[in-house]
Design a protein around this ligand. Structure first.
Ligand code: SF4
Length: 162
């Protein structure tokens, strides 16, 4: 059975995501910087197929709060960490505006790899400073660990074919 957004199963109310406005501003600043650097994205979707490409997406707790408050219902069921449930059948992100910092920075363009570590370190530092400023939990952990822990807050669809 598909337990989509109209599901009547009871679930806890979503936590109010703190410092969301500042987080949006940080994401916007990063997006501007990325636009200036101009890494190539061919929309292959490989960045969201973690297992296939040996990529682990790390997310902080406040980003997870923000993501779950803003993202639509996932496009696919939760798996064991192979893929992102918000990637649709065409390989596109269905939660683009809400996607966390790690999704925004990651690009598979080989030319980008030279600047990616410093850019990542700088923006993770700014994110950590923001989280500390608000006295929030950092809990920087793999995306699927967050999803697994918070699965009752999320309307995952049923397995394919059901
Ligand atoms: S949130 Fe979007 S960009 Fe990030 S891993 Fe999931 S589908 Fe990909």
């Amino acid at each position: 059975m598909n337990a989509g957004p109209e599901s009547s199963r009871s679930r806890p109310a979503r936590r109010e995501a703190p410092c969301r406005e500042e987080l949006r501003e940080l994401y916007a600043t990063l997006d501007t910087e990325l636009a200036r650097i101009g890494p190539v994205c061919l929309a292959s979707g490989r960045c969201c197929r973690f297992g296939e490409y040996g990529h682990t997406l790390f997310v902080s707790e406040p980003e997870m709060d923000h993501f779950l408050a803003e993202a639509p219902a996932p496009a696919r069921p939760l798996d064991d960490g192979e893929t992102c449930p918000w990637q649709d059948a065409r390989g596109r992100c269905t939660a683009r505006d809400a996607r966390p910092l790690g999704c925004r920075i990651y690009h598979c363009d080989p030319a980008f790899q030279e600047v990616a570590p410093a850019l990542s370190e700088r923006f993770i530092g700014r994110l950590k400073a923001l989280v500390d400023l608000h006295g929030l939990s950092w809990n920087y952990a793999p995306f699927h660990r967050h999803l697994d822990r918070r699965r009752l807050e999320i309307d995952f669809p049923g397995p394919p074919g059901q």
